[in-house]
Design a protein around this ligand. Structure first.
Ligand code: KG4
Ligand code: ZN
Length: 352
């Protein structure tokens, strides 16, 4: 199966061609970051308009880079949620139109499930059936969750953030520290210039049992709250005005450590006494250098194999969309053509 994937859930316009779920023939990502930078965050109307402008060119580029002709495509896969409605609608409409024009099937893909699948785009990763049961960690600008995955396509969210996503916590801190947007890479860079100081410690967002947001399979000890972290930084900056770039770097390092420690601690608790073979980590925040090091240490300590997405597949991309479809997942047949965008599409909804 050679599948053309299309992804427009937020501010990246992406198309990719993937063969049999794992062989990436091309992956084109047009990032709108420069368009949103002046506003310090994604502006939905600008994102939507830019997707409309760029999508035809990005699709053509993906096909040319793959070196295959339109009739050689077996199906079109597209993200239908979760994400920004006005962004999702552009990709879904483009993919439906193309599927009709080419007379090929459409496959609807869940964006979070695709982030989890992105680890399998690495040639050295084991096949999904050998990697499962696995513990999945998806950390992006919109989501932070721990997913119990007995097999691909079967998910139970056992931990998640109760408020801000990890990426959001990075982005908000960078704004407060004057490091610009997007904040994750900026904090990652700043933190590398500093060593951790014992007098600068930020909270790790523990969640008490019986919290009113606990539902389903969520376990409080595997959940996290990042909104208090941002408030703690705000108060710190009020009472300790920044003295120079070295101080900014030191704060960035401590703040990053709090997020990383919270995520590693939740993974550790989920792995304790478990039967997982692998810990699979995807999403934009999984690019964070410190997080990658700390997760590797944890995986060795807990005797599980760490599967990290390659850096080019950590952020939003269409290879993970086409890959997941090629592995046999997603909404198919007449139901796919009837799909509307689903901005708050859940992952649990996929569990049988
Ligand atoms: O997965 P992604 O590209 O888009 C969403 O689906 O949200 O994730 C974007 C998020 C942003 O919040 C960005 O600041 C964060 O990933 N990010 C990072 C790093 N690179 C990107 N966070 C921490 N460290 C990084 N190196
Ligand atoms: Zn994403």
């Amino acid at each position: 199966m050679t599948i053309l994937g299309v992804e427009t859930s937020c501010d990246e316009t992406a198309a990719a061609v993937v063969r049999d779920g794992r062989e990436v023939l091309s992956s084109i990502v047009y990032s709108q970051v420069a368009l949103h930078q002046p506003y310090g965050g994604v502006v939905p109307e600008i994102a939507s308009r830019s997707h409309v402008e760029k999508m035809p060119g990005v699709m053509t580029q993906a096909m040319e880079a793959a070196g295959i002709s339109w009739p050689a495509i077996d199906a079109i896969a597209v993200t239908y949620g979760p994400g920004l409605a006005s962004s999702l609608v552009v990709g879904l409409a483009a993919a439906k139109g193309l599927a009709l024009r080419l007379g090929k099937p459409l496959i609807g893909i869940n964006h979070i499930e695709a982030h989890l699948f992105s680890v399998f785009l690495s040639p050295e990763a084991p096949p999904p059936e050998e990697a499962c049961p696995l513990l999945g960690l998806v950390v992006s600008g919109g989501h932070s969750m721990l997913v119990d995955t007995p097999q691909l396509g079967c998910y139970r969210i056992i931990g998640q953030t109760l408020d801000d996503a990890a990426g959001e916590a990075f982005d908000k801190a960078a704004q407060l520290l004057g490091l610009g947007y997007p904040g994750g890479p900026a904090i990652d860079r700043a933190a590398r210039q500093a060593t951790l100081r014992s007098d600068l410690v930020f909270p790790q967002g523990r969640v008490r049992a019986g919290h009113h947001l606990m539902a389903g399979a969520l376990r409080p000890e595997l959940c996290v709250s990042f909104s208090g972290l941002k408030t703690a930084l705000m108060y710190h900056l009020r009472t300790h005005p920044v003295t120079g770039p070295e101080e900014v770097n030191a704060i960035a390092a401590s703040y990053q450590e709090a997020i990383v420690s919270a995520l590693v601690d939740r993974c550790d608790r989920a792995l304790r006494g478990s039967h997982y073979r692998c810990l699979a980590v995807g999403g934009g925040v999984s690019l964070n250098a410190r997080l990658r090091v700390r997760l590797q240490e944890l995986a060795e300590r807990r005797h599980v194999r760490l599967l990290l997405a390659q850096p080019k597949y950590c952020g939003d991309n269409a290879a993970m969309i086409a890959g997941l479809a090629g592995a046999g997942h997603g909404v198919r047949g007449a139901a796919a053509m009837a799909l509307d965008v689903s901005p708050s599409l859940a992952l649990d909804a996929l569990a049988p």
